[in-house]
Design a protein around this ligand. Structure first.
Ligand code: DX5
Ligand code: ZN
Length: 217
């Protein structure tokens, strides 16, 4: 499967999102990962749809909006209008309505993804696998960049990829988010992830283009 690299602007300079998006496109990124935090689902507050709208004209790259919010149903339309290409919602926030949320996102012409936190079982994503454009496995506790990759996430990725193959969705994108480094990325892709979020690894490096290329290789 094609490996796609999604640098998270959470680890970038918050006063320069536009320039950063332009730079990421020049440096060969595949997506721009936008970490939206509401101060409720996770303690910090980052930014919302208005920031996504401001970034939109600066890049042709897909904007991958990861909503770490309660009540995602109240935000979905705003992010779609702001120019999001992918909207990811947490199973922990949507509960039994996860599939319904995904269908609502798709009805707005936006790709829909479901996310699970480290303490949530992989099986919680199975119903979403039938309708989602992408599935996302958090490999750190959401809220902060720069944490250590939780090794159990590899088993979850493997289980999820096996399930997707079993239901005939072999080429469903599986994204991994948190603690990805140049050292662990191979094990992560071998386990079944093909969309790789990286915050600190990308923005903490001296040569961003080279780091993106090495993550992909
Ligand atoms: C965590 C965010 C991640 C985070 C990844 O809540 O969802 O996207 O920014 O950052 P690193 O790669 O530094 O773990
Ligand atoms: Zn994220």
């Amino acid at each position: 499967m094609k490996i796609k690299i999604a640098p998270s602007i959470l680890s970038s300079d918050f006063s320069k999102f536009g320039e950063t998006a332009e730079m990421l496109e020049r440096c060969g990124a595949d997506l721009v990962h936008c970490d939206v935090m509401d101060g409720n689902f996770v303690p910090p507050i980052t930014f919302g749809a208005q920031a996504v709208k401001a970034i939109r004209p600066h890049t042709a790259l897909p904007l991958d909006c990861h909503l770490m919010t309660l009540h995602p149903e109240t935000h979905i339309a705003d992010f779609a209008a702001a120019g999001a290409d992918i909207i990811s919602v947490h199973v922990e926030a949507c509960g039994a309505e996860t599939v319904k949320r995904l269908l609502e996102i798709r009805a707005l012409g936006v790709k829909a993804a479901a996310v699970i936190n480290p303490e949530t079982d992989t099986e919680a994503l199975f119903p979403a696998a039938e309708v989602a454009d992408m599935l996302l496995v958090m490999s750190v506790h959401p809220g902060w960049g720069g944490q250590k990759f939780i090794p159990e996430s590899l088993k979850k990725l493997q289980k999820l990829r096996d399930f997707c193959i079993r239901i005939g969705r072999d080429d469903l994108d599986i994204e991994v988010d948190g603690g990805v480094t140049l050292q662990n990325v191979r094990a992560i892709t071998e386990a079944g992830a093909n969309v790789i979020v990286a915050g600190n690894t990308v923005f903490g490096s001296a040569d961003i283009a080279e780091t993106i290329a090495r993550l992909r290789a």
